[in-house]
Ligand binder design. Structure first.
Ligand SMILES: NC(=O)c1ccc[n+]([C@@H]2O[C@H](COP(=O)([O-])OP(=O)(O)OC[C@H]3O[C@@H](n4cnc5c(N)ncnc54)[C@H](O)[C@@H]3O)[C@@H](O)[C@H]2O)c1
Ligand SMILES: O=C[C@H](O)CS(=O)(=O)O
Length: 491
């Protein structure tokens, strides 16, 4: 593995980025096939690193290491596991500036957002360090006079973790933390666009003193091969996946033969509804926060903006003014609020969706075409959007806000629910009766009410329908990494 000065010159602690994959406590710097892949800065094209392109063989080795380490890790007291997680949290916070720089350089998001993501990721480590010591069981009155019943919870075992490029630090931390807290061990496959954030976390875990084999990383471009090994290998007890719904379905099929436990954090198509009685400025603030975070490349971004007829024009005018102030550019520069999209393919997808909307009658108020510089796409506002347009059905994953006008509350709820996805939804309104009924009627795992920001470690994050199942964060998050066992004792 080689690192370039485009990366190391930007770091206070260059040792934070280690060489290659991380298997059984050792840095794996060569691929058995002698292949490497490049990690480049999407804003500039600069090559940041060359990583050994690991695949099935390395994955098999990592699974063996995790399987060998798991009994010893589970045998540690919850406090011992918690103390190591607290050390990791401290190291993440102490190195947050460098972790943010690594994240921005490999993914493109503005540095302040990246820094926020690092602290968000660290918050899961802290949260589950605390939860580790609260994995309680039950005692149940026996069904006969000589029966004593108790319930205990035990770690599922080795967990295969597959994560996306859009939050390369926090999405890994959100899985790693509950898995390790519960006594599981982990084999992680980060997105090949953004492996450096995961490798930096492995380095911090090495510095914290986690035992060899507890956490393993297999970076590689052959995701399907690595995923197939994780799904098929009987030593892997669970797959925890965050990514697109289509890949989630592939993994579910691959895990069926082994009846593996699964957590699926999949795609979204969030409605953002503004009722006539909404606080207009708050609604615009929420729309900006939800839509343009990570340049619209998050699973919980507002994907469809529904505005009631009475305030439609006023809302569009204010949203347009706010969008015009958003600064697009290299995320390492001060004051930038929108970075580049991750790849040319991502730009093409956004162009397709905007083009389809335009052909079906949408009016483009601002933006609507790539800048022509690398993968930058400007903030784009469409009005006159309709349910027949592809962007009403598909995840835009870009800084495009399509506005749909509606007349009644019932119509808004029906439009909002008319999707196979069910991750996050948002609405702004004041009437408490309407707020209660709409919140209960929306078919989503997460509902933001008078807010566009719902991401926190204290709450159960996850979706319904084709946005997946399982919950990450909160007191619920550790349950996904535990098996329940019931003991029936005849006395
Ligand atoms: N629900 C959530 O919490 C959440 C969070 C972030 C992103 N996402 C979703 O992720 C998607 C964007 O991320 P992405 O483009 O990286 O998604 P993706 O599904 O293309 O890739 C996600 C991960 O899966 C890997 N992968 C791809 N094909 C695979 C295969 N056949 N077998 C095993 N692994 C495979 C990728 O290398 C990557 O590491 C969007 O749909 C977004 O909504 C969801
Ligand atoms: O892309 C979706 C992630 O889950 C981001 S966040 O958890 O909402 O911050």
């Amino acid at each position: 593995m080689t690192l370039t000065s485009a990366l190391t010159d930007r770091l206070k602690e260059p040792r934070l980025i280690a060489a290659g994959g991380f298997i059984n406590g050792k840095w794996n710097t060569v691929s058995s096939r002698g292949k490497v892949f490049r990690v480049a800065n999407p804003a500039t094209g600069e090559v940041l690193a060359q990583i050994p392109d690991l695949s099935t063989h390395a994955t098999h080795e990592a699974i063996d290491a995790a399987h060998a380490a798991q009994p010893g890790w589970a045998a540690k007291s919850a406090k011992e596991r918690a103390d190591l997680l607290k050390k990791l949290n401290r190291l993440m916070v102490e190195n947050a500036d460098d972790l943010a720089t690594i994240l921005t350089l490999e993914m493109g998001k503005p540095w302040k957002e990246a820094h926020g993501e690092v602290l968000y990721g660290a918050s899961f480590i802290e949260w589950f360090a605390e939860e580790a010591r609260r994995v309680y069981g039950d005692t149940i009155p026996g069904h006969t006079a000589n029966t004593r019943i108790s319930v205990i919870k035990q770690p599922v075992g080795v967990v295969g973790v597959i994560t996306p490029w859009n939050f390369p630090n926090a999405m890994l931390a959100r899985k790693l933390a509950p898995a390790l807290a519960a006594g599981c061990t982990v084999v992680s496959k980060p997105a090949s666009e953004t492996p450096l954030s995961a490798l930096a976390i492995a380095r911090l875990m090495e510095w914290a003193g986690f035992p060899a084999g507890v956490f393993n990383i297999v970076p590689g471009t052959d995701s399907a091969a690595i995923g197939q090994e994780l799904c098929a290998n009987p030593k892997v007890a669970k797959i925890s996946f965050t990514g697109s719904t289509n890949v989630g379905k592939i993994l579910m099929r691959q895990c069926a033969d082994g009846i593996k436990r699964m957590s699926m954090e999949l795609g979204g198509n969030a409605p953002f509804i503004v009722f006539d009685d909404a606080d207009l400025d708050a609604a615009v603030d929420g729309a900006i926060a939800s839509k343009f975070r990570n340049a619209g490349q998050t699973c919980v971004c507002a994907n469809r903006v529904y505005v009631q007829a009475g305030i439609h024009d006023a809302f569009v005018d204010r949203l347009k003014d706010r969008m015009a102030q958003l600064r697009l550019g290299n995320g390492m520069e001060e004051g930038i609020e929108l970075g580049p999209l991750i790849t040319d393919k991502a730009v093409s997808k956004v162009e397709e969706l905007v083009g389809d909307a335009r052909e079906l009658g949408a009016d483009i108020i601002m933006g609507g075409a790539p800048t022509g510089e690398r993968t930058f796409y400007p903030p784009t506002l469409l009005v006159g959007a309709t349910k027949d347009m592809r962007l009403a059905r598909e995840e835009i994953f870009g800084p495009v806000a399509p506005v749909f006008k509606f007349e009644t509350v019932e119509e808004a709820v029906e439009l909002a629910n008319a999707t196979e996805f069910g991750l996050a939804a948002y609405f702004y309104g004041k009437d408490i009766s309407k707020v209660t009924k709409v919140a209960e009627a929306l078919q989503y795992g997460i509902v933001g009410i008078n807010t566009g920001m719902i991401s926190t470690e204290v709450a159960p994050f996850g979706g319904v329908k084709q946005s997946g199942f399982g919950r990450e964060g909160s007191k619920f998050g550790i349950e996904d990494y535990l098996n329940i066992k019931y003991l029936c004792l005849a006395v």
